[in-house]
Design a protein around this ligand. Sequence first.
Ligand code: ADP
Length: 614
Amino acid sequence: MSTETTHHQPFQAEVRQLLDIVINSLYTDRDIFVRELVSNAADSLEKLRHLRLTETDLFQVEREPQIEITTDSEAKTITIVDYGIGMTREELVQNLGTIAHSGTKAFLQNLEAGASAAGNVIGRFGVGFYSVFMVAEKVSVFTHSWREDGEHLCWTSDGRGGYTIEEAPGQARGCRMVIQLKEEHAEFAAAGRLKTILERYSNFVPFPILLDGERVNNVEALWLKQKSEVNDEQYTEFYKFIAHAWDEPRYRLHFSADAPLVINALLFVPRENPERYGMGQTEPGVALYCRRVLIDPKPRGLLPEWLRFVKGVIDSDDLPLNISRESMQDSALVQKLGDVLTKRLIKMLETESKGDAEKYQEFYKAFSRFLKEGVAVDDRHRDALCKLLRFESSMTEPGVLTGFDEYLSRAKEGQKEIYYLTATSRAAIEAGPYVEAFKARGLEVIFFLEPIDEYVVSSLTEVGEKRLVAASSDALDLGDAPPSEGESLSEAQTASLCEWLKETLGDSVESVRAGTRLVSSPAVALQPDGQLSPQMRAMMKAMSQDAGNAARVILEINPRHTLIRKLALREKGGDELAPLVAEQLRDNALIAAGLLDTPTAMLARMEKVLAAAL
Ligand code: ADP
C-alpha cells in the first residue's frame, strides 16, 4: 500500500478529448446530468441488492437503499448520496479516468476521422458521468467500496487535465458526489429546478429519491412486477399517470421476455381516440426506459407510427443507458424492440377480438383508422394486421362487422379470390349492379365504406393466399351464370347489338360485350385492372390533382334483360330513340360505378327520352 495519500493523475487521452467537448459544447439540454448521476446511483444500489443475496455476512448493518440529494444554493452545490457498492481505487481510475464505452469510443473515432463538429456529442451519444462537467466547476466523488479491502477515498477533478485521488477517512460505503456548480449554472442548486428534473426523468427509479429530505418519486416500476402482484386498480392508476389520461384503458399488455432481449413492457390501449375529435395527430405515447431510467418519453422510432395511440412503457436492460433521442432511430436494437412489441400488440388485439367480439368492435369503431393506416403503410406487419380488420359485407346485416377469417371460412370451395367493393355507403352498393352477380352465385363481397379503405385495398394484394379483387373489375371469371328462366337474345342478336352499341357510343367506352354477371340490371361498367378506382379518382379530384382522362370502362350488357332485348329490336330501324337509350344506359352504368364526371350532360337527353315515352 502506498504511504502517499494524494495522487495526481492525468485523464486518458480519450477522456480529455471528450471532456473538452463536454465543457465547450453548446448543448442546451444540460439537465441530463441529473439523469445520468441518478441512474448511476440506482445501478449501484441495484448491484448491491444482488450482492446481498450471495454475500449475506458482509451486509449486517444495512442502510436504506435510497438516493439522497441535497442542494445548497448559497454554496452552489448539489450532493448526491447513495449507499450502493462504491468504488475501489482501481475502479475509480478505471471507471472515471478512462472510457470503456464502445459507443463513445466510436464517436471519438468518428470525430478524429474528421466528422462533424463536436456540438452534439452529448445529445447523440450521451456521455454518462462526464456530463456533469457541463455544469460543474469541480466534482468530488467520495466513495468506499463494499469490498473488504476497499479504502475510503475521494476522487476530485475540474474536468480539465486530470484528477486526484485522496484518502477520505470516515466515508460510508457507497458514493457521495459533491458537485460545485459553475457560476452560470448555479440555478441547478435551487431545489425547485432539481425537483422538476427529477420528476421528469426519475419517476420510475425503483429506489426512493429524497430531495432535501423529501421523497420526490412516488410511482413504482409496475412493469417490472409479476402480473400476479399488480391489481386492476394499480394498472389503471399507472395508465393515467403515464398517459396523462383521464379515461380508463380498454386493453393492456403486460409483457416480459428474457431472450433474445430483456424486455419489460406495460402497454395500454386507451378508451378514447383524440384524433377522432379532430385534435390533430397524437404523439407517440410509449416511453422508452432502460433499467427504469427514462431514455425518451416520446420516442419516434420505437413503435411504428400507426401505433401512436398506444400508451405505456417499454424497458429494456439491453439498451445502452446513454442512448439518445437522436441516435435512437438508427439503433438496430431499438428497431428489434419495436418489432417484438408490435407483434405482441397485434397478437393481443387478435386474442381480445376472439375473446370478446363485442368489446373489440367498440375498440374497432374508435381506432380502426390506425389499424388501416398500418395495413396501408407497414409492410412488415401488414399480414398480421389484416386479421384485425373488420367490415360489412354482402352477407352481414347492416352495421354488423365481420373479418377476413370469417370471410374465408364462408368462402366457396375453390374460390380463389376475395371480392370487395369500395363505396361511400352500403346503400350505394346495394342499389348498384355489381353485387347481384356475386349474390346469385353465393359469393361474399366485402364492403369497404371509408375513404381510407382505398389505401387499404391498394396495399393489400393478398389475404390468406387469396387475391383481393374489386367486384367491379373486368378481370373476373365468376363461372357460369345460374340458370335463368326468362328469354334471352340469341348469340347473333347479342353480337350485333354489342357492335352497334360500340359504334354508337364511340370512344366513351373501351368495348361493349355481353356477360353472365348480371341478373336484374341491364348493363354494368367494368374497370380494367390497374385503373384508379372511382373513389381514388374522386379523392384526387377533390385534392384538385389530375386523375388522368375520363375513366375507361368496359360496358357489359345483360342479354336477358327486357330493356336490352327491346333495344335490340329497335337498333336497326334508324330510329332516333335507340341511340339516346344507348347513351343513357352507359351513363346509368357510369353513375352506378361512381364514374360519371359531368352528369348535367344527360339532362337534355333525358328530356328527349321522356318526351318520347309520353
Ligand atoms: P455508465 O454508467 O454508462 O457505465 P458512466 O460514465 O456514467 O457510464 O459511469 C462509469 C462507471 O462508473 C459506471 O459504469 C460505474 O461502474 C461507475 N459509477 C458511476 N457512478 C457510480 C456510483 N454512484 N456508484 C458506484 N459506481 C459508480
